[in-house]
Write a new protein. Sequence first.
Length: 229
Amino acid sequence: MFLASFASGLWQANCYLAATAAGKDCVIVDAGMEAADQVRATVTQYGLTPAAVLATHGHLDHVASAALLADEYGVPLWLHEADRFMLTDPVAGIGEDSRALVEELYPEPFHEPAELRLLTDGAELEVAGLNFRASHAPGHSPGCTLLSVPYPGDDQISQVVFSGDVLFAGAIGRTDLPGGDPEVMRQTLRGPVLDLPDDTALLPGHGPQSVMARERATNPYLQPAFLRN
């Protein structure tokens, strides 16, 4: 499996490009603020052809370039239906106090891409030769979604999960933004997150990569004392 990643924008969100080891079609995951030029450069460098844009959730730092790139390459953008409203009104997802900054950085109105497809819990997507499974994981935002894909040919890792802002190395996503909910986040952590196998590689929306075994053992937000609250 081919994976490339880089952090971009004001909040340094991770953007990923994924493809099969032999394939030239690729998937763009979380095309956020100022990500478009680096996506184009990576596509050109490795001779890739984007087949879809996927978003783990609708916050601006993860989708600011998503519609632009989806339309530019003529491919669909996949996003959970609960976060669809953020594509045209990003301030609604990150708070009214961000309006001046958003309008300064993005004076033109936001829009949905020509082709928008809505994710649902348990949805399975076959794109660019990769088989993704979507698991709804709200708490940080209403539409947060874990995107898992098998990782063949490795004895240590069974799958890769693009965890967005649900689970980081040693931390979890904040729950104080509009649509966030700490109790819903606990339910997500107790459910779809702790259900992940230990040999899952975690590719988060910010910060370094991790593996589920390490997070299960050391992440303070996955311990019983936190999850019981």
